[in-house]
Design a protein around this ligand. Structure first.
Ligand code: NAP
Ligand code: G3P
Length: 338
């Protein structure tokens, strides 16, 4: 029997990852803060709150006792970005030396730290990795053929994660560019909101394609300014995740955008969702950082103007389309590759 592996988080992605690990014959301790939810999952062998219709694999043990999870050597963190620091900080000493893999796609307000950087700050002696890619939880859980990226400077950790997660429906690619992989996963959520809005407004496939391509240019330009490699954005955790989130009604960020496009307020759109849509928080911190670094991000500025500056959609779309003509694939030039 192999050693147990932990998953922190009782949401849709935590449950999907727990099931993947268990289907590879690893015993899994899945921690969630809600005792009632853990009991329901233990008895009913499913997660009706976040992942309806998906049976829980036999090897998954749901618990609200975090000590059981923290005893594991390999721990996947599937918490919202607003909760990660608060959950891990009290256990910093216990976590030293453990393999901590963040699956959380967000950026901390004020610090602009990515989740694996927060983990490093809290547990400097941890072995840190990031799992990111086009991985809609519902599809992963349903066994749709899927690929992801494990990114870490620690090659042995990448290999360990590949071994435990890789299976007949889930391919795990390795990368040493943790920062680029993690940044891609966080940034794409903002553009998924815009894509959802465009869909609700009845815009066509040309529009969607323009949005995705210019989003890629914009997020790559920003990443290059922060010192990241533009090449990572051509992979699964960049353009791969951008495509799935900007085209799928299963994406929560896309759903928030769609509700906005239907004329609902941001509060209403988020409340109706009842799950995490990281793009809303990311938009605020990203706009502030882009302004500070003077990076040209017209799509981010446009969404920010609509959601937080009281500008009308019509006016914002008008000024986006009438902006000065630009050069295609400009971020390659910025990165010095032309
Ligand atoms: N879903 C996906 O398709 C997917 C795929 C890849 C990555 N991700 C990323 O994974 C992260 C988690 O997303 P998710 O989809 O699993 O979210 P989710 O389905 O909305 O579930 C969120 C989970 O976090 C828990 N939580 C919230 N605040 C907490 C706190 N302060 N302390 C402890 N637990 C807390 C919730 O518990 P309660 O029910 O008690 O509130 C719930 O179990 C996000 O960053 C997301 O971007 C998601
Ligand atoms: O449902 P979303 O919008 O949080 O997106 C889920 C994943 O990040 C897709 O890879």
């Amino acid at each position: 029997m192999s050693k147990p592996i932990a998953v922190l988080g009782g949401g849709s992605f935590g449950t999907a990852v727990a099931n993947l690990l268990a289907s590879n014959n690893h015993p899994v301790i899945q921690w969630m803060r809600d005792e009632q939810q853990a009991q329901t999952m233990q008895v009913e062998r499913k997660n009706p709150k976040y992942l309806q219709g998906v049976p829980l694999q036999d090897g998954v043990q749901p618990t609200s006792e975090i000590a059981e999870a923290l005893a594991c050597e390999l721990i996947f963190v599937a918490l919202p970005s607003t909760a990660l620091r608060q959950v891990l900080t009290p256990y910093a000493e216990q976590l030293a030396g453990k393999g901590l893999i963040s699956t959380t796609k967000g950026i901390e307000a004020d610090s602009f730290l990515l989740m694996s950087q927060i983990i490093e700050q809290i547990v400097p002696k941890a072995r840190v990795g990031v799992l990111s890619g086009p991985n809609l939880a519902k599809e992963v859980a349903a066994g749709a053929l899927t690929a992801t990226v494990i990114a870490s400077e620690d090659q042995a950790l990448c290999q360990q994660v590949q071994e435990v997660l890789h299976g007949s429906t889930f391919r795990v690619y390795a990368s040493s560019d943790r920062y680029g992989v993690e940044l891609g996963g966080a940034l794409k959520n903002v553009y998924a909101i815009i894509a959802g809005m465009a869909a609700a407004l009845g815009m066509g496939e040309n529009t969607r394609s323009m949005l995705i391509t210019r989003a890629l240019a914009e997020m790559t330009r920003f990443a290059v300014r922060l010192g990241a490699s533009p090449m990572t954005f051509l992979g699964l955790a960049g353009v791969g995740d951008l495509i799935v989130t900007c085209t799928s009604p299963k994406s929560r960020n896309y759903q928030v955008g769609y509700a906005l496009g239907e004329g609902r307020s941001l509060e209403e759109a988020v409340q109706r969702l009842g799950e995490v849509a990281e793009g809303v928080n990311t938009l605020k911190v990203l706009k502030a950082k882009a302004d500070e670094l003077e990076v040209y991000m017209p799509l981010v500025s446009a969404l920010h103007a609509i959601l937080f500056e009281g500008q009308t959609l019509t006016k914002v779309i008008g000024s986006l389309m009438s902006g000065e003509p630009k050069t295609d694939v400009d971020f390659i030039t910025v990165a010095g590759f032309s």
